[in-house]
Design a protein around this ligand. Structure first.
Ligand code: ADP
Ligand code: MG
Length: 255
């Protein structure tokens, strides 16, 4: 169900991810200072804001790459568990795509995509490889499965990374500036793959500086500043009629 009033999707259902007053400190530095927000099923929520405002840290608290010091992250109705063994189960349900791809350099593209299901989920290797091939085709790289990452462009590597995350059948995909390390000519191919994922209904949390992507694909924007969400709303509101002076300042200083 889409609500045209609020701009949110599936607001009548429990959120996939909920942040309740999340606090994160590194030493004496408070990086997240009480972030509350929700991500509903099928939503694309974009996190925007100045460098150092805490966007990556919130993303990393989502799948417990960082552990919040205060508040809580609730995933599919359950607060993130405490033990590493339990966290491993939760992390499998969340795909993550990093700025720098982080593919396994000694494996081919196909092996990169198939390895998680085989080693973590115990999938049949032949089935995992067939599924990996289908996922590579889905991201436009069906002919590149035999290439090692070093023989692929940045945009191609990032599409392999997306296929690798999808191979685990995640319930939500977390993207941390997935196009920031790319040559300009390969950014579009990655954004197009992400747009198609969104159209298929994937729940996505995306840290990005690509404001045209955020405007076209996100249904909800969180604006970060100094460890807080200072403003949130649908793209039209955030980009055309921001209410917070710092949002206006951030948007007006973008290229
Ligand atoms: P953003 O993604 O919005 O640019 P980050 O979440 O990466 O911001 O960082 C927020 C702040 O936290 C920055 O000041 C950054 O230097 C600091 N920070 C991030 N990770 C660490 C860490 N592991 N140790 C110490 N400080 C960190
Ligand atoms: Mg960041």
């Amino acid at each position: 169900m889409e609500s045209t009033v609020t701009g949110r999707k599936n607001g009548d259902q429990p959120p996939v991810v909920q942040y309740d007053g999340v606090v994160k400190r590194f030493g004496s530095l408070t990086v997240l200072n009480g972030v509350s927000a929700r991500v509903n099923k099928g939503e694309v929520v974009c996190l925007i804001g100045p460098s150092g405002s805490g966007k990556s840290t919130l993303l990393r608290c989502t799948n417990a790459l960082e552990i919040a010091d205060g508040g809580r992250v609730v995933f599919e109705g359950q607060p993130l568990p405490k033990t590493e063994a339990e966290l491993r189960h939760v992390r499998r349900r969340m795909g993550m795509v990093f700025q720098n791809f982080e593919l396994f350099p000694h494996m081919t593209a196909l092996e990169n995509v198939a390895v998680g299901p085989i080693t973590i989920l115990g999938a049949d290797p032949a089935e995992a490889r067939a599924k990996a091939q289908a996922l590579l085709e889905k991201v436009g790289l069906g002919a590149k499965g035999g290439n090692h990452p070093s023989a692929l462009s940045g945009g191609q590597q990032q599409r392999v990374a997306i296929a690798r995350a999808l191979a685990m059948d995640p319930d939500v995909m977390l993207f941390d500036e997935p196009t920031s390390a790319l040559d300009p000519e390969t950014i579009g191919e990655v954004l197009n793959v992400m747009k198609r994922l969104a159209e298929e209904g994937m729940t996505m949390v995306v840290v990005t500086h690509e404001m045209s992507f955020a405007r076209r694909v996100a249904n909800w924007i969180l604006v970060f500043d100094e460890g807080r969400v200072i403003e949130e709303g649908p793209p039209a509101q955030i980009f055309d009629a921001p209410t917070h002076a710092r949002t206006q300042s951030f948007l007006s200083h973008l290229g």
